[in-house]
Ligand binder design. Sequence first.
Ligand code: NAD
Length: 532
Amino acid sequence: MVTDHATRPTAVRGPGLPASLTPALLERLAARASAAPDAARVTTTSPYTGAPLADLPVSTPEDVDVTFARARVAQKSWAATPIAERKRILLRYHDLVLARQDEALDLMQAENGKTRRDAFLEVVDIGIVSRYYARNAAKYLGPKRRRGAIPLLTHTTELRHPKGVVAVVSPWNYPLSMAASDTIAALMAGNAVVQKPDTQTALTALWSMDLMYEAGLPAGVWQMVLGRGSSIGGALMDNADYMMFTGSTATGRQIASDAGRRLIGASLELGGKNAMIVLDDADIEKAAEGAVNACFPSAGQLCVSIERLYVAESIRDRFVAAFVARTKKLKIGAAYDYSMDVGSLTTPSQLKTVTEHVDDAVSKGATVLAGGRTRPDLGPLFYEPTILTDVTPDMTLHDHETFGPVVSVYGYRDVDEAVARANSTPYGLNASVWSRNGARARAVAARVHAGTVNVNEAFAAAWGSVDAPMGGMGDSGLGRRHGADGILKYTEPQTVAHQRLQGFYPPARISPETWAGLLTGALKVMKAAGMR
Ligand code: NAD
């Protein structure tokens, strides 16, 4: 929660901050945000307790302008820095994040309320992504010879130039992963980055930036501004050469329209209502365990988590019994160690949405098989992992993203029905298919309208396959992160074609008619020779 000083809440029960999060560290990180010395301040609170956590400066639109001006100067020499040197910095960053992970885990838990094991997956993500782009950027960005217009006579090269200064808007739900992974690719491509992390989880983002400077990033190449989208979003958009946005579909539409006005590119990673299909030949115990891992990480505040579960009627009862039994055993609570399975929601507005969605469903006839309750005894924002059945289209959560630990289970009769129902939303972010027959499951996966589909896994298999694109179809987004798409989107391609000896126009000694005949013959020969 972010409040101004007048409405600061009082602390409730829960663990105190871990020893690593000293006031000096929190102040040092807060001071890394780009804001005027006399900037207004906001206070964030810890989801575990409601106690005040950080006192952060608020950037103004003028601060954003100044930050971009600084970034433009820094970007010039950064773009001229050899890729080998950028790679060295990124590999050092990789090592620093792994070595200092305890500090990052403490920060993520304090700001977001997630469990330590959920936070640890963010550290893993940064390790994978930084190694990948450090070791592959040169391959993607280096000059490429392309087939010339006239064989042998046209020498054509594709070059990749950085866009310039990229704006990155990153959310609160995966504060380390989302702050760093898209930025890493933009930096490796030679851009500077001005980032607006969500204020609630700004310390984690600032920590991550701080480590990149410790790894050797030159001053000004990565900076952060803090504030509401309604206040500084316009200045970000007016200055950016490219916009990388992660957040809700509603805000994504606004960003896309603003990017269209300015004719700059934008990559939008938005919401979802992700489906999991359990086929009739699935290993029921493994699928039930998979469903737990699919629905409740970060208390369901995960863009790729599962909120709709379609189970073959023939195994439905056995699957539901196994899933409910496992869910009821989950340990839910606040602890700065690996003892908990499910953590807290992050903000009062998330708790409100989750409560409203479940209450609405129950009032219209849904059955609660597990959970369905807040847990104020554990902390102000805890909600039990919840499994619903008898969910019908008139209930809000049937189609709308809850972004909480709530899943609806439906039966289906045949695979066509399962696929049709999985595809029955405007979203298309992530999906999961379970079967003992890999080929069968992969064939079903290819029919699902989603940017990533995992077989016998919830989301981590596709997410962690960073050599392949990740992102949403339909209302879940535009553009992709990871792989070639994840770095090339931050570049301007340029084609340099050097024509030697003879071009397409006739030489002085040959009549246009003769020349046309010669060229026609040449085209026929090229096709007959199998040229592409
Ligand atoms: P949100 O859209 O409300 O806010 C996201 C951020 O956008 C905030 O920091 C906000 O200040 C900023 N913002 C608002 N207007 C802006 C503007 N005009 N210009 C620039 N920035 C502006 O989203 P949220 O509720 O904070 O995040 C949750 C949503 O994010 C969920 O829908 C979730 O599915 C989605 N999400 C998607 C992914 C993904 O990879 N697809 C990952 C994480 C979260």
